[in-house]
Each structure stands twice: as C-alpha cells, then as structure tokens.
Write a protein that binds this ligand. Structure first.
Ligand SMILES: [Zn+2]
Length: 429
C-alpha cells in the first residue's frame, strides 16, 4: 500500500541488490546475471549485444503482434529494433527482414509493447530490476522516502535493462513526513512543526523542494492509509484548500499531482482541486466520476493492492480488503462507462513487486474488455505519463520495449502476468 513514512527495513537491502547497484555504478553488466529468470536467458548472439551498448539492436520475428491502439492483430510479425528504438513493426514481407541483427524467435507467442505501471514505489535496485523482468518497462513512482526514485530514473537512462523508464515523484507531500524530513536539508525544519505539513507555506516548501530535486510529478494524499490497521482510510487529512495549494505549487513547477484517496468527499475535493490522477479511489461516487470525465482526470484504482489487503494476516486489513475490493471493482466499471481514463498501477512497495499484468487481469475482472484492460497499461498510461509516441505501442520511433507472452492476451489476459521475454530498449532482459 501507499508509502509508509518509514524507510524500508534493512533486510530489503539484499546482497543481490547491493551487488547489482555496485555493478551498475561500475558500468558493468555483471548485475544482469544476478536477477534474471533462467527462462529469460538471451541467446549468445543477443547476449553479446548486451555487452556492447545499453541500447540494443534486435529482430523479433514470427510472433503475433498486438497493437493496443487499434486492436489490430498481425500474425507472423516482424519487429525491428535499432539502437533501442522500433524501426519497423508489422507483417513479414519477403526480402524485407534485415540480416545481421541479434534475433529473437517469437514463433507461437504474442508480442506487444512493454507495459506501464503507473503507481509503484521503487526504492532499491532490486525492485527496479524486478519490475522490468515482470513486464513494467515504464512506470510512474508513487514516491519514495529519500528520493531513490529520482536515482532509479537515472539508472534507467544509463542501464535500461535494470529499471523501468520512470516518472519520479520524490517524497510524499503528507502531514507526517516521518524520516523524509531527512531527505533534504531544506525539509529538516519541517520536523519542528507541531501539526506537521499543513500550512500553505509548509505545503509549498515540500512541493518546491521536490521540484528543485527533479521530481516529474507530485504525490499527495487526501485520506489516511488503508494498509495500516489503526488508520481510518475514510478520515480526511487535507481540505480542498490545502489540496489546491499543493496543485497550484506543483503547476508553478510544471508538474501534475497524483493523490492517494478513499472517501467520496476526499476524492471530490482532490478532483476539484485539480489533481491529474486519483489513486485507489475506492469510494469515488458518480458526481466525482462525472467531474473527472469533464476535467480529464485519470483514475489509478490499484486493484492489486486492495486485493492484496484481503490476503493480509491482519484480520482488520483482511476484512477491509474483502469489503473494499467489490466496491472498487464497481467504481472501475462505473468510471469506464462514464469515460474516465483508467490506468494500471500495482502500488508495489517494500520489496514485493506485483506483475503489472496482474493489474490488467483485475481490470478485466472488473468489467473491461481484454483490449480496454490492456490499454490501461499501455496507451492510457502512456498519455498520463506524457509518453504517447514513445510508449504503449510498437511503431517506428517508439521505444524498443517489448513483452512476449505465451498465449493470446485477448482471450487469456493472465498471460500478461507471466512474460516469456521482456525486451527493454532493444535488449533482452
Ligand atoms: Zn502508493
């Protein structure tokens, strides 16, 4: 669930993660062999391409290509990637398949663009790598305790196989910032505030420091957490006026706001305040959905996180999850009918990475067609992240990020949770 104001426990800093980080800093690719599943080993030829450059050339041939934009399906397709970007994607034409490129045989499999996880907390090298190999080749952060996500974004630029292309959120704009006041000397004075980050000045300070640190988006909240048994997720922590202050400060820095929310009143206040996307939103009502539709506000329901609550060993959380999940599924269906753009996000955090394909499955289970569910993790999410034309489609000029799955995702959406191959910037992960 959403960011705790505490750092991840030391046990999350696994030896594997530390070694992978050291390798990344040293500019080697030794870390590649530490985290990938045996099933995803590249061919020798493709592996040599790994060693040569972070952005690869690759020929993917023989698979069935799905275009999430049009829903068009092309059998026996060819995807040509050069220097990490798609050069060509479409039907094989005799003589047109270039020679000399590392080759990935996708015969009998389905090929689609890498998926987007629009709500994930990536605080370690290990988590970033796991997100990629589970299918999220792009992502938007839901904040981290110490700006780790901003560094993950840089890691992704230098070693794309190690991390999803990331929109970073920096630290959470929340009343009690916990250890995040130590993330920057300009935040430390906030620890002296008796009531926490609530005044217009304090709210602006956290937004401004985030923007100065290079955050791409601003994360805030209107309600308490669902993932802690002693918190009431329907209790509101910021008013409309406070949320409007956050949105105004973020816009001054050219950033959009994503807002953690549960209660209908909280959702309504956040949407009216001008947030870019509503996160969780379990009890969002009809009036707010119509407001979202007219404003173009996105909805990231994080169904996987709420479903995960139902599995909790804590009886309060388990009951909360069981109660919330059907309500959220109804909200997702209602949002889709009203025309609110839905995006997929797992809300993975704390060392556990849920495959983004699982969220797509839950979108389908909530009532979306398989193609519309796939769009929540491709075209819709790309638009929210400002990455249309780069992400969510395999067309000339788009990122060479590819998911290869073992079954037709239009008839078995769950295939997306078990990628056979993930390609990031033209390199097999
Ligand atoms: Zn979150």
């Amino acid at each position: 669930m959403c960011l705790e104001p505490a750092p991840p426990p030391p046990s999350r800093l696994t030896r594997r993660g530390v070694l992978a980080g050291a390798a990344a800093l040293a500019g080697t690719t030794a870390a590649l062999s530490t985290a990938g599943p045996a099933a995803a080993r590249p061919t020798d030829q493709a592996h040599q391409a790994h060693q040569a450059a972070p952005y690869g050339d690759l020929l993917i041939e023989g698979g069935t290509l799905l275009d999430p934009v049009t829903g068009e399906v092309t059998e026996d397709a060819v995807v040509v990637i050069r220097s990490g970007k798609v050069d060509r994607a479409g039907p094989r034409r005799s003589g047109a398949v270039p020679a000399g490129l590392p080759r990935l045989d996708a015969g009998g499999q389905w090929v689609l663009p890498g998926l987007v996880d629009a709500h994930i907390h990536l605080a370690t090298v290990g988590e970033a790598r796991e997100a990629v190999i589970k299918g999220a080749t792009s992502a938007r952060s839901g904040s981290t305790t110490f700006y780790q996500d901003i560094a993950v974004r840089e890691l992704a630029r230098r070693l794309p196989v190690q991390a999803p292309r990331l929109r970073a959120a920096g630290v959470f704009v929340t009343p009690d910032m916990g250890d995040s006041v130590l993330a920057d000397p300009d935040l430390a004075p906030l620890a002296a505030l008796k009531d926490g980050v609530r005044s217009a000045e304090a709210l602006r300070r956290v937004v401004d420091v985030n923007v100065a640190r290079g955050a791409d988006v601003i994360k805030t909240r209107v309600n308490e957490r669902a993932g802690l048994p002693d918190q009431d997720p329907l209790s509101q922590v910021y008013s409309y006026e406070q949320l409007a202050e956050v949105v105004t400060a973020a816009r001054r820095g050219g950033k959009g706001v994503l807002c953690h929310s549960y209660s209908e009143q909280g959702c309504h206040d956040a949407v009216r305040a001008g947030i870019r996307s509503l996160e969780h939103g379990v009890f969002v009502g009809e009036r707010t959905l119509h407001e979202m539709q007219s404003r173009g506000t996105y909805f990231t329901p994080t169904l996987a996180a709420i479903a995960g609550l139902a599995e909790s060993s804590d009886p309060v959380l388990a009951e909360r999850g069981r109660t919330y999940l059907p309500v959220l599924k109804d909200a997702v269906r209602a949002a889709h009918e009203v025309g609110v753009p839905l995006v997929a996000g797992t809300d993975s955090s704390g060392g556990e990475v849920t495959p983004i394909g699982h969220e797509v499955e839950l979108m389908h289970a909530a009532g979306l067609s398989p193609l519309d569910a796939i769009r929540t993790a491709t075209t819709n999410a790309a638009r929210l992240l400002g990455l249309s034309g780069t992400v969510g489609r395999l067309a000339p000029g788009c990122a060479g990020d590819v998911l290869v799955v073992g079954a037709d995702p239009l008839s078995d959406v769950s295939a997306l949770s078990r990628p056979v191959r993930v390609v990031r910037a033209g390199r097999i992960c």
